[in-house]
Design a protein around this ligand. Sequence first.
Ligand code: 13P
Length: 243
Amino acid sequence: MLIAGNWKMFKTAAQTISFCAELRKRLHGVRDVEVVVCPPYTSLDEAVRVLAGSGIEVFAQNAHWEREGAFTGEIAPAMLAEIGVTGSLVAHSERRQLFAETDGSSARRIGGALDAGLRVIACVGETETEREAGETENVLRRQVEAIAAAVDEEDRNRLAVAYEPVWAIGTGRTATPEQAEEAHALIRSLLDVPLLYGGSVKPENADELLTQPDVDGALVGGASLEVDSFVAICEAGARASRS
Ligand code: 13P
């Protein structure tokens, strides 16, 4: 069971230090769940420092595929690894929708991050229009197959996929446990790696989502920004992995 908090463009370095110090204290002794935080680039160093030795891992929110080069505004996977970051999100729907990320560029980013020894959480999910048009299965199939093609067999143990229906992100409209399970079962049939659900996960719905057979964790946005709600979701993850 893996619970990851995607902070998106929230928290300064100073806020990161106090959040991580509190998180570390509150999760001390919580077992049966892997916990990851994904701060913005400017907070990664502080998060790594404050969480060192706690078992809580720090991932970036994106990574470029090259080791270095003339790519203004990008960060190389090796630069992340050097400061103690152990993984990265890739292909979040906000990257796909707002920053023109494609299946092709996502695949290159996944390959680059895995080659540098990082873990990867690769995101997929349909928009509301696609769901209403009955396109969900085709969209997921296309996105997951692009990810699968980018990953060598020996690197699969460092890959997870997050199913984040775009209509559920930041909207308070969570997928029902049945909708999440249906999508996860399809993804699992295409690529058998740990599968996280994301989209308005909160302490109130975490138990029913995390106990679905093909749900192996959660990628949490808004509710990962407060220690109380994030810890409650991590505890739900621990319960689900014991059940
Ligand atoms: P919310 O939990 O705020 O809906 O965000 C989900 C998400 O995008 C996590 O990556």
